[in-house]
Ligand binder design. Sequence first.
Ligand SMILES: C[S@@+](CC[C@H](N)C(=O)[O-])C[C@H]1O[C@@H](n2cnc3c(N)ncnc32)[C@H](O)[C@@H]1O
Length: 184
Amino acid sequence: MKTILTVAKELLTQGVREDSVVADFTMGNGSDTLYLSLLVPRGHVYAFDIQPQALENTRRRLEEHGALSNVSLILDSHHRLEEYIPGGIDAGMFNLGYLPHGDPGVTTRRETSLPAVRKAVERLNPGGVVVVVVYPGHEEGRLEGEALQEMAKGWDPGVYDATVFRIVNVPTCPYIVAVERRKP
Ligand SMILES: C[S@@+](CC[C@H](N)C(=O)[O-])C[C@H]1O[C@@H](n2cnc3c(N)ncnc32)[C@H](O)[C@@H]1O
């Protein structure tokens, strides 16, 4: 069966063209940033993280693949996205939680991740998708996921399709909340 991260990447590509503007709201070590950069060679990727080490690791990874020129690396919290992204986006990726092998104290938190997801969804161009990977195996991740699903229930079904992809027989497995803005 496909992994949750494979499904997340497939969902992300739906509304994306070579010249799309997209965002990685939790760059970490940059694997999603690299994936997005290669998807939009004539477009742009805005990538956010609050850890300087994440920017350094991502910069190195992108340079190794010749994929840095269409990426803005932003050392700031994703909930301040309007300071950096001037217009609409065709895709947005949130991989919540903390970096594997990193400091578990530096994790995404509801106070900032929920406003960030809401603002990202409001920025979606028609056909675009915001994908959020949630990690319910730790307490903040569980609460983040529950709050996120509550918020997603409120999005106008005439404008958005809000979906949860989840392995139901392992409750601690990561799962996806995806929101697509419908084409008119
Ligand atoms: C699970 S990791 C992301 C993994 C990453 N996508 C990759 O491919 O390596 C979550 C990241 O979110 C970052 N983060 C935590 N709070 C944040 C915030 N408010 N704004 C942006 N990034 C944040 C953490 O520093 C961490 O690097």
